[in-house]
Structure formats: structure tokens, C-alpha cells
Design a protein around this ligand. Structure first.
Ligand code: ADP
Ligand code: 5SP
Length: 481
């Protein structure tokens, strides 16, 4: 049996799967937690990857490995390849002002937004690497002066894997920044690479940061980013959403909704998107196509936070939510606990509307929290459709899809059935499928057997979204500290 490994270095944890390259059958797996916070020392990801790989039985016997990772995070390296500061993650909103400035500097308002969307497929928001570079240049000039290269979490881990020769090395050594590699999917989340042309826009990077930097070479879908000491090829890897698309076998007409730390709604497309409203990011995918995507900052953690408020576990939260009526008798949770990215409200906080003696119960709050996070995703789905996506099937994945309440309430909010594949690590699976493609060759990724996903259906309840739309802008700003 030829084995391949896939890694998902996501916000909350690192997961490794080892699968049969021909059939996709799961052979081994492991996971390890990441530290909390919106800035993280990349070495923490490396240690988690080593732990997760060890738990998955190591990588000695695989024919190829690929790394998928949380998108956008800014990893800045000096001449010697040492990180000059902790990486700023996709959900760190300190660069919100920098994002607004960058739009203003390309013409401001609609014109500036359109200029960015046409140049790089997306309007920069605090999530995008380009805005983090601007923030660094303006707020930490001494550190900025030391930066020679910028890359993303999956680029850095891929480079580490090749540079140290594999996960066996307890290695804090650095490496040649000229050996950094990335792929189209993750490059498209930087804000300085164009999915439409397949070229970097280093003029925009320079504009944001004030000078040029070394950036990773962008590989095609089966390019080789390096090799383990044993000679095993390392695939190009990709961003976690592009990997999830590969992992669930998404085809045009499928819309994937992922409820992880982020909430994402995306589809596979044959043409690049360029949405000047900023709602839809015009990413590339991991197969040579495109991945228009809407991302919210508040998804599974809204469930975690509500469970904490109610003093219950996630299963009990689901039970409570399902025991309240659809629409929670008018109680609405606007879930902007971390600020929000779509809509672009980085300074917003969450809020609860519609409290009455009747709705002041744990069950109503649980239900309203689930409905609120799903309403934000339903708005994302509408934005994706407005950009031309067709919706034949909705596929629900991510840690939050393990909640029975999410699975059963989603069709009421989205207004159509959802397919929920069995609980699994679809991002790591997508990375493994890419590794299999690298190992086996061919014009398409190997066609793995993907288990039939059960369908959840329910009568749509449009009133849930109407009530949410009425109050979603009524939120307080974040307190200044
Ligand atoms: N049974 C469950 N019900 C609801 N949420 C769950 C359940 N199991 C896991 N989760 C949530 O999944 C989230 C992690 O999802 P995951 O997709 O792994 O995130 P990420 O990829 O961003 O690291 C956690 O916030 C956790 O609360
Ligand atoms: O920023 C985005 C997409 O643009 C996020 O989807 C990140 O890629 C983080 O993903 P998760 O850790 O939530 O899977």
C-alpha cells in the first residue's frame, strides 16, 4: 500500500492524517493543540506538527506529504530565516485601520475597493497579509527593518519540513529564505498575488510595506516544495479552505460551509471573482481553478462561548437549542464576539436582542446563538450567489458541524437542505489527497471514495433571517483598553 500524509495546521490545532494514496482509506491520525491568541510564535506550530505526526505514527513510510494551514497569517523572517516576531493571524484585527488606508490610497471608496479587487481578486480587510505588513511597517519599524522575507503559516511549515529533513528533528534552526514555496490557493489570500494573472503584485506589497521583500515561489497544484531527508516529496500544500474543497471532493455547484474558528462559505469556480463590495474574496483553489469565499470571524467559538455562559458542555448546548422554538421567540444573538470581517466591522461586539421574560431562558439563548452564527453564514451564502455561484448542494464541515443543533437548524436558516459528511478532518484529508496527486501523478487528483453524506432537511423559516437583519447593525463598539 502506498501511504500519503496530510497536515492541517489550523487556528486551534494541528491534525495529521495518513491515508492510502490509491483509495483514500484512513490508516492513522494524530492531533495536537495550538496556543490561544491572535499572534503565535511559529515554533509552536512546528512543535504541534511534530507531536501530531508522532501520534499518527510518523512520516517515515509515506510517499508524499502536504501541509494545509490557516490562511493569511503573516510570518516575517530575517536574513537568516528567523521569525522577527510572533505571526499575526488571520483573525487579528489590529490592522483594520491599515486596511482602510490601503483602500483609500488606491482611490478610496468604491474606486479604491474596485482597484484592489481587480488587482488581486479581493478588497483588503484586516485578515489579509498585506494589511498586516502595513501595520508592522507603521507600528514596529525596528522589527520591520529586520524583515527580509514574508510567508504564510503553511509556507513556513512546508519550508521547515524540508529544511530540517522531517518531523523527527527537534529543530529550532532556520534556513534559506530563498527556498520558501507556496501555492496559488494560499498566495491568493495575501493581497499581493493575483489569481486572475497568476502573478505577484509586488508593487502592492512594496506600497504597503515601504520596500520589497522575498516572497515564496508559487507552485502549481502538484509542484514540489522540497523533500524530507528520506527523499519523500513535499507537495505545495495550500490554504485550509482550498484543502477542505479537495477533502470533500467539491465540484462546481457544491457550496462548502465550514464552521471552524472561522465560518467560511465557498465554492469551486472556473473563473476568478473580483467583488468590489469586499464580501466575497476571489481566492484561487488547489487544483488550478478558483475558490470564491466569504469568511466570518465568529463561528464555532460562538458555541463555545455560549456553552461557557450557560455552564454546559457542547452536547447540552445542542440539546437546549433544539428544545427552543425556531426563531427563539424573537431572541437574536448577533455573534460579533471577535469583531467581524464579513460584514467588515472589526470594532463591533456581540449583542443579544429581544430579551423578555419569555426569552430569558438557557434554551432560548442557546437557540439564538446557533441561529445567529448561521444567519451570518446565510448572509455569506447570499453574497456568494450574488457573485454567480450556483447552489446544487451545501456541504457542512468543520468542528461546529459536530453539533446536532447546527446540523438541524442550518436548513431552516439557509432555506435548503444541507449534507453533513461524517465527522472528519477534511482539511488534512485534502492535503493528503494533494500529496497522493503528487505521488501518483496524473492530470487530476486521485478519485478517492468519499462516504455518502447524510442530508439534513427542514422547513425553511425565513423569519429567522429577517429578524436577524433587523438588528445585526445594532451593536456596541469594542471597549478601548
Ligand atoms: N460536538 C461539538 N459541538 C459543537 N462544536 C464542536 C463540537 N466538537 C467540536 N466543536 C467545535 O469545533 C471547533 C474547532 O473546529 P475546527 O474545525 O477544528 O477549528 P479550526 O480548524 O479553526 O482549528 C471548536 O471551537 C469546538 O468548540
Ligand atoms: O481567514 C480565513 C479564510 O479567508 C480562515 O478560514 C482561516 O483560513 C482560518 O481557518 P480555520 O482555522 O477557521 O479553519
Amino acid at each position: 500500500m502506498t501511504l500519503v500524509a496530510g497536515v492541517d495546521s489550523s487556528t486551534q490545532s494541528c491534525k495529521v492524517v495518513v491515508r492510502d494514496a490509491e483509495t483514500g482509506a484512513l490508516v492513522r491520525q494524530g492531533r495536537a493543540a495550538h496556543p490561544d491568541g491572535t499572534e503565535v510564535d511559529p515554533q509552536a506550530w512546528w512543535q504541534a506538527l511534530r507531536q501530531a505526526a508522532a501520534q499518527a505514527g510518523g512520516l517515515d513510510d509515506v510517499a508524499a506529504v502536504s501541509v494545509a494551514g490557516q490562511q493569511h497569517g503573516m510570518v516575517c523572517l530575517d536574513d537568516a530565516g528567523t521569525a522577527v516576531r510572533p505571526a499575526l493571524l488571520w483573525n487579528d484585527t489590529r490592522s483594520a485601520r491599515a486596511a482602510a488606508d490601503l483602500v483609500a490610497e488606491l482611490g478610496g471608496g468604491q474606486a479604491g475597493a474596485r482597484a484592489w479587487a481587480e488587482a488581486v481578486g479581493s478588497v483588503p480587510l484586516a485578515a489579509f497579509t498585506v494589511t498586516k505588513l502595513r501595520w508592522l511597517a507603521r507600528h514596529e519599524p525596528e522589527l520591520a527593518a529586520r524583515v527580509r522575507a514574508v510567508c504564510l503559516p503553511h509556507d513556513w511549515l512546508t519550508w521547515k519540513l524540508g529544511g530540517t529533513g522531517g518531523v523527527a528533528a527537534d529543530d529550532t534552526s532556520t534556513g534559506d529564505i530563498g527556498a520558501l514555496r507556496t501555492d496559488r490557493g494560499d498566495a491568493s489570500g495575501t493581497g499581493y498575488w493575483s489569481p486572475a494573472t497568476g502573478e505577484y503584485r509586488l508593487d502592492l506589497l512594496e506600497h504597503a510595506f515601504g520596500r520589497s521583500l522575498v516572497v515564496p515561489e508559487v507552485l502549481g497544484p502538484t509542484g514540489r516544495a522540497g523533500e524530507l531527508r528520506s527523499g519523500v516529496p513535499i507537495g505545495p500544500g495550500t490554504g485550509d479552505n482550498a484543502a477542505a474543497a479537495l477533502g470533500v471532493g467539491a465540484v462546481p455547484g457544491d457550496v462548502v460551509v465550514s464552521i471552524g474558528t472561522s465560518g467560511t462559505v465557498f465554492s469551486v469556480a472556473d473563473t476568478p471573482a473580483a467583488d468590489a463590495s469586499g464580501a466575497v474574496a476571489g481566492f484561487a483553489d488547489a487544483t488550478g481553478r478558483f475558490l470564491p469565499l466569504v469568511c466570518t470571524l465568529n463561528a464555532a467559538r460562538v458555541l463555545d462561548a455560549t456553552a461557557t455562559m450557560l455552564g454546559v458542555d457542547l452536547d447540552e448546548l445542542a440539546r437546549l437549542a433544539l428544545s427552543a422554538p425556531a426563531g427563539a421567540d424573537g431572541l437574536v444573538v448577533v455573534p460579533y464576539l471577535e469583531g467581524e470581517r464579513t460584514p467588515n466591522r472589526p470594532q463591533a461586539t456581540g449583542s443579544v436582542h429581544g430579551l423578555t421574560l419569555r426569552t430569558a431562558t438557557p434554551a432560548h439563548l442557546a437557540r439564538a446563538a446557533v441561529e445567529g452564527l448561521l444567519c451570518a453564514l446565510a448572509d455569506g451564502l447570499a453574497a456568494l450567489v450574488a457573485q454567480g455561484a450556483t447552489v446544487d448542494r451545501i456541504i457542512l464541515v468543520g468542528g461546529g458541524a459536530r453539533s446536532e443543533a447546527v446540523r438541524r437548524i442550518a436548513p431552516q436558516v439557509f432555506g435548503c437542505p444541507v449534507r453533513v459528511p461524517p465527522p472528519g478532518e477534511y482539511v488534512a484529508d485534502g492535503a493528503a489527497r494533494q500529496a497522493a496527486w503528487v505521488a501518483l501523478g496524473g492530470a487530476q487528483p486521485p478519485s478517492w471514495t468519499i462516504e455518502e453524506a447524510p442530508e439534513y432537511d427542514a422547513t425553511p423559516v425565513p423569519a429567522i433571517r429577517h429578524r436577524y437583519a433587523d438588528v445585526r447593525d445594532l451593536t456596541a463598539s469594542r471597549p478601548t483598553v
